[in-house]
Design a protein around this ligand. Structure first.
Ligand code: ZN
Length: 493
């Protein structure tokens, strides 16, 4: 039975690789900051999703029972990432004349579609910030009670100075208060704060603010950093194993989370902090103003001017896994095309593997595939090395096909199992489903076929058959309506 005994993870907090030992084995609590749902999922969403999907899958492979919590931020993320500006979701709702909940639902659905395409497994729990207002208010009350926050004009702010007298604010990002003092500009709406680096736990809602809840301090909404502290505590406990997210969230978001947990509970919540590095595009940071902001949909369709072609979700996944998650990763057409070829070689080898015939003796050491991959992933999830090991076995499979290597029946079976476990199970790479062959498309084709038969029956005055088709479809929840243009169908919900 595999264990986490040899797994090492780089802990951003201690700034070194550490052996990973679950608090309560075989259970592992994993919390990852999820998307703020106010726009189409983009390239920036793909890397953390795939990085932590890999960690989720690998921990399970090692025999852990993982509770993976990834939140949906649907309230409180203000435009300038500080404590001022309009709520990003409320702004989108105002611009598109939708309910804020409608905006959040729309982009949550699109995020889920993109994640499914990338073969990212759903988390165990996906809590929404707006569904945990009570927990967030309770957390603010605890922090106030412990003397690490103050109320000002209907808002509540975290008192960084009071906190710093007993604890270290900035320990994750390595920033000092002096630096923060110098680096923070006094913005509009910060008038209630005692210090510019204090951050909002609860914000008073302006009259035009749509998303608002009653609280002991009047109507308002929670500060962005609060939700992750409240929801990780609720679902994983006051202390849990791993907190993940993109490096861009380290400050202020994760720094504030640590301060909130310590202020409320007296100790830190997450034992290991794992951060994935950023994606660049042709060497530049991705940004709307730079014209290189690529949504996942555009990437899959090849519809952005920077793209020479469409790239399948599996190519993107393969490309992201080719780099170690703590290195920066540059997106460019050449690199993506190379990844596409690498993925094709791998998937072709998987097909070949199914057709190979056993021989009397083995010339290859099959256990080396699994051992090599696990050794790479044990070393802080080194997927670059794991994929190199897989590439070596792609060559071996081609040698088996060419007859320059051989395996016994038992070894061949072992290789098939191990190759599938590594490639599909752990790395999550699989043959893309061709368009039109999905379950839904199949149902649509079958219904179309039945309606054609019904039309023929009607034309031949065989009303018994045409009625039977209509009634049986109705019994299956498919409503058929005859119109001038022909029969139309819809699924009854
Ligand atoms: Zn978070």
């Amino acid at each position: 039975m595999a264990t986490t005994a040899s797994l090492q993870l780089y802990n951003t907090l201690s700034r070194r690789k550490e052996p990973f030992a679950p608090l309560n084995p075989p259970h592992v609590g994993l919390y990852v900051c999820g998307p703020t749902v106010y726009g189409d999922p983009h390239l920036g969403h793909a890397r953390p999703a795939i990085t932590f999907d890999l960690l989720f899958r690998y921990l399970q492979h090692l025999g852990c029972k993982v509770r993976y919590v990834r939140n949906i931020t649907d309230v409180g993320h203000l435009e300038n990432d500080a404590d001022a500006g309009e709520d990003k979701i409320a702004k989108k709702a105002r611009l598109e004349r939708l309910e804020p909940t409608e905006v959040a639902q729309r982009y949550t659905n699109r995020y889920h579609d993109a994640m499914r395409a990338l073969n990212v497994l759903p988390p165990s729990i996906e809590p929404h910030a707006s569904g945990h207002i009570i927990e967030q208010i309770a957390l603010v009350q605890a922090i106030l009670r412990n003397g690490f926050a103050y109320e000002a004009n209907g808002s509540v702010y975290f008192d960084v100075e009071a906190y710093s007298r007993q604890h270290t604010y900035g320990k994750l990002s390595g920033r000092t208060l002096d630096e923060l003092q110098g680096g923070t500009r006094s913005l509009d709406g910060q008038g209630d704060k005692r210090q510019p680096y204090d951050f909002a736990l609860w914000k008073k809602a302006a009259p035009e603010h749509i998303m608002r809840w009653p609280s002991p301090w009047g109507e308002g909404f929670p500060g962005w950093h609060l939700e992750c502290s409240a929801m990780s505590t609720k679902y994983l406990g006051e202390e849990f194993d791993i907190h993940g997210g993109g490096l861009d969230l380290m400050f202020p978001h994760h720094e504030c989370e640590i301060a909130q947990s310590v202020a409320a509970c007296g100790h830190e919540a997450a034992r290991t902090w794992v951060h994935n590095n950023m994606i660049t595009i042709n060497g530049q940071k991705m940004g709307k103003s730079l014209g290189n902001f690529i949504t996942l949909e555009a990437l899959f369709a090849g519809s952005h001017p920077l793209l020479a072609q469409a790239y399948s979700p599996m190519t993107i996944r393969f490309f992201i896994l080719q780099a170690h998650y703590r290195s920066t990763l540059d997106f460019g057409n050449e690199a993506l095309q190379a990844a596409e070829k690498g993925l094709q070689r791998l998937l072709a080898a998987q097909q070949t593997l199914q057709q190979l015939k056993p021989t009397a003796a083995s010339t290859l050491d099959v256990p080396q595939l699994m051992a090599g991959c696990c050794a790479a992933l044990d070393d802080d999830l080194n997927t670059a090395v794991a994929l190199a090991v897989v590439a070596e076995w792609v060559k071996n499979i081609n040698s088996l096909k060419a007859g320059t290597a051989s395996l016994t029946a038992a070894d061949l079976q072992q290789l098939r199992t191990d190759f599938a476990t590594v490639v599909e199970g752990i790395l999550g790479l699989k043959e893309a489903t061709p368009a039109g062959s999905g379950q839904q498309d199949l149902s649509a084709s079958l219904i179309g076929l039945l309606l054609d038969l019904r039309q023929q029956a009607k034309a031949g005055k065989d009303f018994a058959t045409s009625d039977k088709i209509r009634n049986e479809l109705a019994a299956l929840g498919v409503a058929v309506k005859d119109t001038k243009e022909g029969a139309q169908w819809s699924l009854e919900s």
